[in-house]
Design a protein around this ligand. Structure first.
Ligand SMILES: [Zn+2]
Ligand SMILES: [Zn+2]
Length: 104
C-alpha cells in the first residue's frame, strides 16, 4: 500500500467557464436497455426449484420433485416467458433482444 498522495485540494479561483461547459443544454444519450436473461427452474406445482439436479434433470435432494419447466425474464422488464426446455427460452429471448435492438 502506498500512502504518498498529499491531499492539498485544487488551487482556488480556477473554475473553468468555457463556452462548451453548459450542463443545462446537454442532452444525455438515451439509456440503453440491457436485455439480460434470467432463467429460473420450477417444479410441477410452479414453485421455484433451486435444488441441485443431475445433468439429466433428475432431483437429487429431498423435497425436490424435479424441474418441470422454466421461467425466463428479461432485465428490461418487458419480457417474460415460461416453458421448457431451457434452450427454447434462450432462443426466444435472443429473438426478443434482436427485435428490441433493431427498433432502437
Ligand atoms: Zn428485454
Ligand atoms: Zn427442486
Amino acid at each position: 500500500m502506498r500512502s504518498s498522495i498529499a491531499h492539498t485540494g485544487p488551487p482556488p479561483g480556477e473554475i473553468p467557464t468555457g463556452p462548451d461547459d453548459t450542463p443545462t443544454a446537454k442532452t444525455p444519450p438515451l439509456p440503453r436497455r440491457t436485455h439480460r436473461l434470467t432463467v429460473k427452474a420450477r417444479h410441477e406445482d410452479q414453485s421455484l426449484c433451486e435444488h441441485r439436479v443431475t445433468s439429466s434433470g433428475k432431483p437429487t435432494e429431498a423435497g425436490c420433485t424435479g424441474r418441470h419447466d422454466y421461467v425466463a425474464t428479461c432485465s428490461c422488464g418487458g419480457w417474460t416467458q415460461t416453458g421448457s426446455p431451457r434452450t427454447a427460452l434462450q432462443y426466444s429471448h435472443a429473438t426478443h433482444r434482436n427485435k428490441e435492438a433493431a427498433r432502437a
